[in-house]
Design a protein around this ligand. Structure first.
Ligand code: GLN
Ligand code: ZN
Length: 750
């Protein structure tokens, strides 16, 4: 019989219970027993929720305190030597994630193209592995004690090694496959002995461009693992298998999961090569977004698979783990009924999987109500005037020049004349400390305890304070400080049409950190100016140039839940037009320098290299669209955080910002090499102060970094600035560091 399945459930809890339990444990307010009790409670709640939603195949071991890749490092005994001395298992685990005074944390990076961060496995020369099966076995038993049979989930060995970093030059993590696989085999035998009939092994690297070595590692690993005991469901997600289709479909495992939301077209390719006896799990409910599934369309895919392979080898599932979805739409009491009728969170998505399964087993009529509701929502959505705005579409269809009026050399001459800045000009990236007072004032205003006039007066006072501090320190280009902003995307989303906000739509970002992305549901437009009031106020307080601060269209898109009824490029273009209008309004208000931040441009790169160019084309064009309307004299800045700039080099130059600031200090200016090698023509501010650390850099530190920068980039192209915004830092460090930064610039000029 066709089964309904799930690949993973969010761990944080509807009310972020896990976050709260972890943070109070870290502060020493509660003990390990309390932390584990909360975790157990959440697991039990989530397992029963899945069962009650009608899911036949329920995952276990998808729960993790900090991160499931970190759990995998622990599972296989890949504990970096600097943590080996810590005897207590919880203490060691959190030390690996968060660092201690003696041992810096392991590295963290984004999980494929999601906004979830994992802890990068660290492997050392002479690395050996040893099984520590306590967690998967413990959780499997825990579910069993509740009367639930589960399918344990593990990150697969090839994905694990592909994501790992070798801490010794010359070591290729993939060379360790032979020593790692026996540990996995032992784990599978152990789980089989516990009673597990199936395990889910996640190998999302199968949707990436693979090397021959990775392919060989797959063959070798699954030859062994298929004989270890339980049946293996090999899970792939986030994209199409493409040239890896045959490899994935023919590995000697019992089942394969494919993502048919990201890549519906791959169903035919997979069916064409799927061996006779293999189970196919079709991911037809989007695990990455908050929209309700079009059930009739999804049933079409399910039926197509069923036609070929029959009921017994078919599973229906979300496209990927629901880790990337908020927990429960029922908790959204502030969203209006219409918007809500278009959405589904994790719990609702499982209901959709169950309805599809029922329809497949008993016919659509058996799940008629759910299907009819889905169809009605889809029809209402297509017709809704809240989504489709003729004026927005008409404007977006117009051709608007993406080039500035003149080339960079001509603009630079005019800008130099206008601003008359010294060489090595100094500036900051935008935000100043969001102190407790700032956050409290905002909270009070949101709760109605502080009225609009009072909040406004408070913000004016903070802004003025920050300007006086910048003047005293002697910075050349000032900023207003962004005190009025809670978040660089939410602040703009709240002022744009076409955006909505949830109350509880939290998604884990890293560890205990959760984000609540805005929802872009309709055509985007800007009813009125968004930032002019604060930039103009700030500019009126000083004779120094004031830089206006905006978030760029690609970053707004990238950090939101985006509508799926039109291409992302089109949604991005609408946002770009709104930002363009804001840029022009700032210019009209006398703001001569405008920064359009694009920290998320690099992370938006598609998983497959073949798709990079088309993405970069529209992403860069959207940035240019937002910037190109201004006069030559107006100086456009952009900012990007830490990124592999090599991957996007011609694209960054094509953005044609007059000045770009980037995060480089921790890389010891290595990231600048991409700009040097490309002979990047415009101006650039390589960050000289690692703002992620409370350490105050000395004048000598920053001078040395700038001298290094000047070896590769002509001095008259260089600016001096921190790595990123200063909102997470305290005023004393900010003041001390900026004083040193300005003296470093003065020393350079001398
Ligand atoms: N202007 C933003 C700030 O200073 C930029 C933040 C970012 O790049 N993430 O906070
Ligand atoms: Zn940044």
């Amino acid at each position: 019989m066709t089964r309904s399945a799930n690949l993973g459930f969010p761990r944080i809890g509807l009310h972020r219970e896990l976050k709260k339990a972890q943070e109070s444990f870290w502060k020493g307010e509660t003990d390990a027993a309390a932390l584990h009790a909360t975790a157990r409670e959440l697991r039990a709640r989530h397992w029963t929720l899945q069962r009650d939603a009608g899911i036949d195949v329920i995952p276990s071991n998808d729960f993790a305190f900090y991160d499931h890749v970190l759990d995998t490092s622990v599972l296989v005994g890949a504990i970096p030597p600097r943590f080996a001395e810590i005897a207590d298992a919880d203490e060691r685990y959190f030390a690996m994630a968060r660092g201690t005074t003696a041992a810096p944390a392991m590295e963290m990076t984004k999980w494929f193209d999601t906004n979830y961060h994992f802890i990068v496995p660290e492997l050392h020369a002479g690395q050996s592995f040893a099984l520590n099966a306590q967690k998967p076995v413990g959780h499997y038993r825990e579910a069993k004690a509740l009367g639930l049979e589960t399918r344990p989930v593990i990150v697969g060995p090839v994905t694990f090694l592909s994501l790992a970093k070798a801490k010794d030059n010359g070591l290729d993590p993939l060379d360790l496959i032979d020593t790692l696989v026996p540990v996995y085999a032992e784990l599978l035998r152990t789980l089989r002995a516990e009673g597990a009939e199936w395990v889910q092994i996640d190998e999302p690297v199968l949707v990436l461009d693979l090397s021959d070595k990775q392919r060989a590692a797959f063959q070798m690993a699954y030859e062994v693992l298929s004989k270890a005991g339980p049946k293996v469901l090999l899970a792939t997600y986030f994209g199409a298998l493409l040239d890896n289709t045959e490899l994935a479909a023919t590995l000697p495992v019992a089942g394969l999961h494919i993502d048919l939301v990201r890549a519906p077209e791959q169903l035919e390719d997979v069916l064409a090569v799927l061996p006779e006896d293999k189970t196919l799990s079709v991911g037809v409910v989007d695990g990455r977004n908050i929209w309700r599934t079009n059930l009739d369309r999804a049933l079409g895919f399910v039926t197509r698979a069923w036609d070929q392979i029959g009921p017994d080898r078919l599973e229906i599932a979300p496209s990927c783990s629901l880790l990337h979805s908020p927990v429960d739409l029922d908790a959204e009491t502030n969203l209006d009924a219409e918007l809500k009728s278009w959405m589904a969170f994790a719990k609702q998505k499982l209901g959709e999987v169950a309805a599809l399964t029922q329809a497949q087993r008993e016919g659509r009529a058996a799940a008629k109500l759910t299907f009819d509701t889905s169809a009605a929502a889809a029809a209402a959505h297509r017709a809704s005037p809240r989504i489709h705005k003729d004026a927005v579409k008409a404007r977006s269809a117009q051709t608007i020049a993406l080039d500035r009026a003149s080339g960079f050399a001509a603009r630079r001459a005019k800008q130099r004349q206008k601003f008359n800045l010294p060489s090595y000009p100094t500036t900051t990236i935008g935000s100043f400390p969001q102190t407790r007072e700032v956050r409290e004032a905002r909270a009070a205003f949101k709760k109605g305890l502080l009225d609009a006039a009072g909040y406004d007066a408070f913000l004016e006072q903070e802004t003025e304070k920050s300007i006086r501090i910048q003047e005293d320190i002697g910075l050349d280009v000032l900023v207003h400080g962004e005190f009025e902003r809670n978040d660089m995307v939410e602040y703009f989303g709240e002022q744009l049409d076409g955006f909505a906000f949830t109350k509880n739509g939290w998604v884990q970002s890293y560890g205990s950190r959760c984000v609540k992305p805005p929802v872009i549901f309709g055509d985007v437009s800007r009813p009125s100016a968004m930032t002019v009031r604060w930039s103009a106020f700030a500019a009126s307080l000083t004779d120094k140039p004031m830089k206006g601060m905006l978030t760029g269209p690609v970053t707004i898109l990238q950090w939101s839940f985006v509508r799926v009824d039109q291409p992302r490029a089109e949604t991005c273009r609408q946002i770009a037009l709104a930002i363009r209008d804001e840029v022009l309004d700032l210019e009209k208000a006398g703001i001569g320098i405008i920064q359009i931040d694009e920290p998320a441009l690099r992370e938006g790169l598609p998983l497959r290299q073949r798709d990079w160019n088309s993405y970069l084309r529209w992403a860069v064009d959207c940035f240019r669209l937002s910037a190109s309307g201004v006069a030559d004299e107006t100086q456009i800045h952009t900012h990007m955080c830490y990124a592999e700039f090599n991957d996007i080099m011609p694209a960054i130059a094509e953005m044609d910002a007059d000045v770009i600031s980037i995060e480089t200090s921790r890389s010891d200016m290595e990231l600048l090499e991409a700009f040097r090698d490309f002979k990047y023509p415009n101006e650039i501010g390589p960050g000289v102060w690692d703002i992620h650390s409370p350490r105050v850099p000395s004048e000598a530190d920053m001078l040395a970094l700038m001298q290094k920068a000047a070896e590769g980039i002509p001095a008259d192209q260089l600016w001096v600035n921190p790595d990123c915004g200063l909102k997470t830092r305290g005023w004393p460090e900010v003041r001390a560091s900026l004083i040193n930064l300005v003296s470093a610039a003065k020393a350079l000029r001398a």
